[in-house]
Design a protein around this ligand. Structure first.
Ligand SMILES: O=C[C@H](O)COP(=O)(O)O
Length: 251
C-alpha cells in the first residue's frame, strides 16, 4: 500500500520532505476550500521544487461542480504546474454519466499534455450527506473515462471516518470493482492508524492521510509532523507483514 500525504503549504511540504523516505506521494491541496480543495498553481510549483524529484507530486483539482470544461481546464493547470497525479472530487455530479463526462474531459486535457500523468477520479464515502454520486459507482466512472484510479475520501471533515460511512465490507467491494477494472483503489477520509489492518486486508493500493499525521490529529490547526509520518508508515509496514504472514499461513 502506498502512502499519500497532503500538505497545504510549502512549509508543510518541507516537513514532508524531511519524512520523504516514509511516504510515497505528496498531494497538494487547500483544505480551506474543501475536502479536495485546489491550491494555487504557484504553490504546486513551489512544492514540486521543495520535495525530492523522485517523489510523485499529486494535486487536487477541487470538489468540483458538474462543469466539464471548467474542470478540464483546471486539471490542465495542475498538470502544467508540475503535478503528475491529478485528483478530481466529483462533488457536483449526481449521476455516473455526469461523472464520466467530467472525467473524460480531465483525462483528455491532462494526457494530451502529459501522457504519463495519472488521473484519479474521486468520490465521497459520505455521498449521502451531500447528494453526490454513489461511491460504489466510482470504479466504473474511472474505467469509462480512461482514468487510472478510483478514490474515495470524506466530503465533510467533522471527525467521522471513512469506515463510519462505508464499513470495511463495502470498501472491500469498492476495491474489488476497481481491481476488476484494472485500476488502482485509493481510500482516505480521516483514516487513523487503527484502520490500517482493514485497509491492508481489503487490498487498498493507496491510503491518503492528513489529520492522522498532523499535530494533535487536527488537519486544520495542526501541522504535519515528520515523526508522525514515520510512525504511520511503521504501522503500515507492520500490518503489511502481518497480512503477508497470515496469507502464507492460510496456504
Ligand atoms: O487525500 C487525503 C486527504 O487529505 C485525507 O485527509 P484526512 O486524513 O485529514 O481526512
Amino acid at each position: 500500500m502506498l502512502l499519500l500525504i497532503s500538505p497545504d503549504s510549502v512549509e508543510e511540504a518541507l516537513d514532508c520532505a524531511k519524512a520523504a523516505e516514509h511516504l510515497d506521494i505528496v498531494d497538494v491541496k487547500r483544505p480551506d476550500e474543501g475536502s479536495l480543495g485546489a491550491n494555487f498553481p504557484w504553490v504546486i510549483r513551489a512544492i514540486r521544487d521543495a520535495v525530492p524529484a523522485d517523489k510523485p507530486l499529486s494535486a487536487t483539482v477541487g470538489d468540483v461542480p458538474f462543469k466539464p470544461g471548467t474542470v478540464a481546464q483546471a486539471a490542465l493547470g495542475a498538470a502544467v504546474s508540475g503535478a503528475t497525479y491529478i485528483k478530481v472530487g466529483l462533488y457536483g455530479c449526481t449521476t455516473p454519466d455526469q461523472g464520466v463526462e467530467v472525467m473524460r474531459g480531465v483525462v483528455r486535457a491532462v494526457k494530451d499534455y502529459r501522457p504519463d500523468a495519472f488521473v484519479v477520479a474521486s468520490g465521497y464515502a459520505d455521498a449521502h450527506r451531500i447528494g453526490c454520486v454513489n461511491p460504489l459507482a466510482l470504479p466504473d466512472i474511472a474505467l469509462r473515462s480512461g482514468s487510472d484510479a478510483a478514490m474515495l475520501d470524506t466530503a465533510v471533515k467533522d471527525g467521522t471516518r471513512l469506515f463510519d460511512h462505508l464499513p470495511p465490507d463495502i470498501c472491500e467491494e469498492f476495491v474489488r470493482r476497481a481491481h476488476e477494472a484494472d485500476l488502482l483503489a485509493a481510500l482516505a477520509g480521516s483514516v487513523q492508524a487503527r484502520d490500517l489492518a482493514e485497509l491492508t486486508r481489503i487490498g487498498t493500493d493507496i491510503v491518503g492521510v492528513r489529520g492522522a499525521v498532523c499535530e494533535g490529529g487536527d488537519r486544520t490547526t495542526g501541522r504535519i509532523q515528520p515523526h508522525l509520518v514515520a510512525a504511520f508508515r511503521a504501522e503500515m509496514d507492520r500490518h503489511a507483514q502481518e497480512h503477508a504472514a497470515a496469507v502464507t499461513a492460510a496456504g
